[in-house]
Design a protein around this ligand. Structure first.
Ligand SMILES: Cc1cc2nc3c(=O)[nH]c(=O)nc-3n(C[C@H](O)[C@H](O)[C@H](O)COP(=O)(O)OP(=O)(O)OC[C@H]3O[C@@H](n4cnc5c(N)ncnc54)[C@H](O)[C@@H]3O)c2cc1C
Length: 364
């Protein structure tokens, strides 16, 4: 492996989607992953929601790539038998102020090309979801859920069928420009150092993408923002059939503690959003159960404190700090043949196939 065409750093949903896209071009593609296997990073610790594209500022990459990615994901999932379900979603208002918020959200969604939204009154919400409590809701029929692991397996198989190679237990430790190529320095699990040349490098390393970008001379700074989830037990399946979100929080940090349903019909609450030090800490404090119960009981009157238990957590790679405005995805060719993807937080899973197309257009 002295000289290759494309080195992709990171085998999460983004790196794998890009590998699937570029391997079709008859290029010699290698995916380098520090973990034992693909998909163990942010891509395996999220809500697995196919977002419609409602929340993001008009004209942003997040808005455009989410809407395009959503169409592509439903298409891919249907064609390739990837477990998914178009559940629909309700964004509920429990006060007059929240009613104003969801009306604003409807307008943003429409600007982004999400044409299927409708505002529902109390009676209409009750007809759709008799067990939730809301004064009004914004209904998004195009929101759904997908198995992120099956999706990643699909992208990997597609890439490998076109000759791409996944190299695990290999950490990229340095990058240098050398004539018209990039020299990549890496370390494998036996601590052996090696290096090779690549014409193109794609930095899709999630929580470490600012550090990798720094190795080639670009300056970005990521903040870690943790999202905890709580599971729900002892509640009849089928009680709620759509995803249920609160009206958006004023601080723009997350989408608010919401209820998602997995493909087995299990309910969970979360994620919340807490800025943390730069460590991969996935521990969920036991107090989160009562906190989430208090947040959710407003619109889920059927919940009892004992139904809620601490479950899992994920970490968002955010470009914006605690008091900053929402930042867009960074997807840039910062130097010839070097593409950095930084701050790929939500809706990164939904946008993944569209991001892969976007990267291909940047390069070819
Ligand atoms: C709590 C939470 C909820 C979310 N919910 C949703 C949702 O419902 N819908 C949605 O669309 N999006 C959601 N997202 C966003 C989505 O999960 C991410 O945008 C997406 O998974 C990012 O994928 P990635 O490939 O960039 O990162 P990752 O999956 O983290 O992949 C990066 C890979 O790079 C590897 N790596 C890092 N450094 C190196 C190195 N030096 N050498 C080699 N390999 C390296 C890592 O090990 C990792 O496997 C959510 C995110 C979070 C945190």
């Amino acid at each position: 492996m002295e000289k290759i065409d494309v080195a992709i750093i990171g085998a999460g949903v983004i790196g794998l989607a890009i590998a699937a896209q570029l391997a079709r071009l008859d290029l010699n593609v290698f995916i380098l992953e520090k973990n034992d296997s693909h998909g163990g990073g942010i891509s395996s610790r999220n809500s697995e929601v196919i977002h419609a594209g409602i929340y993001y500022p008009e004209g942003s990459l997040k808005a455009g790539l989410c809407v395009e990615g959503r169409h592509l994901l439903y298409e891919i999932a249907a064609q390739k038998g990837i477990p998914h379900q178009k559940t629909g979603k309700l964004i509920v208002a429990t006060s007059p102020e929240e009613k104003d918020e969801i009306e604003k959200l409807e307008a943003t969604g429409r600007q982004n090309g999400v044409t299927s939204l409708s505002l529902l009154n109390r009676q209409q919400v009750a007809q759709m979801e008799p067990h939730i409590q809301a004064q009004a809701a914004l209904y998004s029929p195009d929101t759904g859920i997908i198995s992120s692991h099956h999706l990643m397996d699909h992208f990997l198989t597609q890439a490998q069928n076109n000759g791409a190679r996944l190299v695990c237990r290999t950490s990229v430790t340095g990058i240098e420009r050398e004539s018209n190529n990039w020299r990549i320095f890496a370390q494998n699990d036996t601590d052996a150092d090696f290096d090779f040349l690549s014409a193109i490098v794609i930095n899709a390393s999630g929580l470490y993408s600012d550090i990798i970008a720094g190795m080639m001379g670009s300056t970005y700074h990521l903040h870690y923002c943790k999202g905890d989830y709580c599971g729900i037990t002892g509640v009849k399946t089928g009680l709620v059939n759509r995803l249920v979100y609160p009206a958006p929080a004023k601080n723009h940090v997350g989408l608010g503690v919401h209820l998602t349903i997995d493909l087995n019909g299990r309910l969970k609450l979360g994620p919340d959003a807490t800025y943390i030090e730069r460590v991969e800490d996935y521990m969920v404090e036991p107090e989160k159960a009562s906190l989430f119960y208090e947040l959710a009981r407003n619109y889920f009157p059927f919940l009892k404190p004992e139904n809620v238990y601490p479950d899992m957590a994920g970490i968002r790679p955010k470009l914006q700090g605690p008091n900053d405005l929402v930042a867009d995805f960074i997807i840039r060719q910062d130097a010839p043949g070097f593409v950095n993807l930084v701050g790929i937080e939500s809706p990164g899973l939904t946008a993944s196939p569209a991001i892969a197309r976007f990267v291909k257009r940047l390069l070819f």
